[in-house]
Ligand binder design. Structure first.
Ligand SMILES: *Cc1c(COP(=O)(O)O)cnc(C)c1O
Length: 368
């Protein structure tokens, strides 16, 4: 089967992980600090905080935005379910808003339509890598958190995605481009917020474990707030440093493959695909294809018959059992997109022959 995604990992990552193990320092330490500096520099922000996943990164972002019990946070239902779940983790209530059919993102209008006096923040998502139009949300009077889980390597108005966000969260799960197995990162502009989130990640200890271990004198720490263990390990960070160096090449290759898909499907009646928005570039973390009467089950089965492992379109969280029974405003675009789209294989080492197999299978499913 041609997989939907396969991380681009090699001997360099294996050696870097082995070196971390051999050093004896396997928990959060010098390699995490180095990965944070390199990532902050890559995005172009003053602070980056490595954590265990994008889910934990988003939780910290919401705390950083001042979200707590009694607040509402507006999210797209059309997203991986973690986007909605983290609002619960912060003690607040998620409120779903509809998305634009082209960018798959919230719009200022859809956010305004569900804003109440309790609304504290909005989470905009770089869906499938397509950058969110961050500036468009600036005048809503809400804290804006960028769910850049899929976004590392995409650009917004000429800068890396997340560069302009007060708070952004990235994922290093293998389903994204840059991977550390599991892992995530928070980027922050404000120094005070960065200091607090850095502490919250590590039980709110007044002295980090790394600082305590490197001191020749005994150092007694205090625990300043009730906090979390959201740390990344040095083994993961060692892999992340190599992967970060490879990211531009990953993006370039994905964009090449995506352009081939776009070309191949441009002649098919009613077909739309993932594409760059007017204001930025996508890393094509996901390449989705959609047409009005696309029957997901039928298409996925047919592709499987051709040896192609595809996925249903981006999920709609409000349709899952976890969110059933809650009342949300109607989400017609979300429900249409999630039903009538599929995500196709796209990975760094995909061959032209493999891609041609996928293209032929999609043509067959479309009936052209
Ligand atoms: C993958 C993903 C997440 C969760 O990332 P993890 O690192 O697995 O916690 C959150 N939001 C979006 C949009 C994602 O695609």
């Amino acid at each position: 089967m041609i997989p939907v995604m396969k991380p681009w990992l090699g001997a360099e990552e294996a050696e870097a992980a082995a070196a971390a193990v051999a050093s004896g320092w396997v928990a959060q330490g010098p390699r995490v600090a180095e990965f944070e500096r390199a990532f902050a520099e890559f995005i172009g922000v003053p602070h980056a905080i490595a954590v265990s996943s994008c889910t934990t990164a988003l939780h910290l972002c919401l705390i950083g935005a001042g979200v707590g019990p009694g607040d509402e946070v507006i999210v797209p239902s059309l997203s991986f379910i973690a986007t909605a779940n983290v609002v619960h983790h912060a003690g607040a209530t998620p409120v779903c808003a509809d998305v634009d059919a082209v960018t798959l993102n919230l719009t200022p209008e859809s956010v305004r339509a569900v804003t109440t006096e309790r609304t504290k923040a909005v989470i905009v998502v770089d869906q499938g890598g397509i950058p969110a139009d961050l500036d468009a949300f600036a005048s809503l009077g809400l804290a804006v958190v960028e769910d850049a889980a899929c976004g590392a390597g995409s650009t917004y108005r000429g800068r890396p995605v997340g560069a302009g966000a007060a708070l952004a969260a990235y994922s290093f799960h293998p389903r994204k481009l840059l991977t550390t197995g599991e892992g995530g990162m928070v980027t922050v502009q404000d120094e005070q917020t960065a200091v607090r989130l850095r502490r919250l990640r590590e039980h709110a200890m007044s002295v980090s474990a790394a600082d305590r271990h490197s001191s020749s004198q005994p150092v007694l720490e205090e625990y300043l707030e009730v906090a979390y263990n959201y740390r990344m390990t040095d083994i993961q960070a060692a892999i992340g440093l190599i992967q970060l160096r490879k990211l531009p090449e990953m993006v370039a290759r994905r964009r090449e493959l995506a352009a081939r898909y776009q070309d191949a499907f441009s002649g098919l009646a009613g077909v739309t695909t993932a594409a760059d928005p007017a204001y930025g570039t996508t890393n094509f973390q996901s390449f989705w294809v959609s047409w009005p009467d696309l029957d997901q089950e039928h298409v996925l089965k047919l592709l499987a018959g051709h040896g192609v492992s595809a996925r249903r379109g981006i999920m709609a969280s409000h349709l899952e059992p976890a969110y059933r029974g809650r009342s949300f405003a109607p989400l017609p675009v979300t429900e249409r997109l999630t039903r009538h789209s599929v995500i196709l294989p796209l990975f760094h080492q995909m061959t032209t022959a493999e891609q041609d197999t996928v293209i032929a299978a999609v043509r067959d499913a479309h009936g052209d």
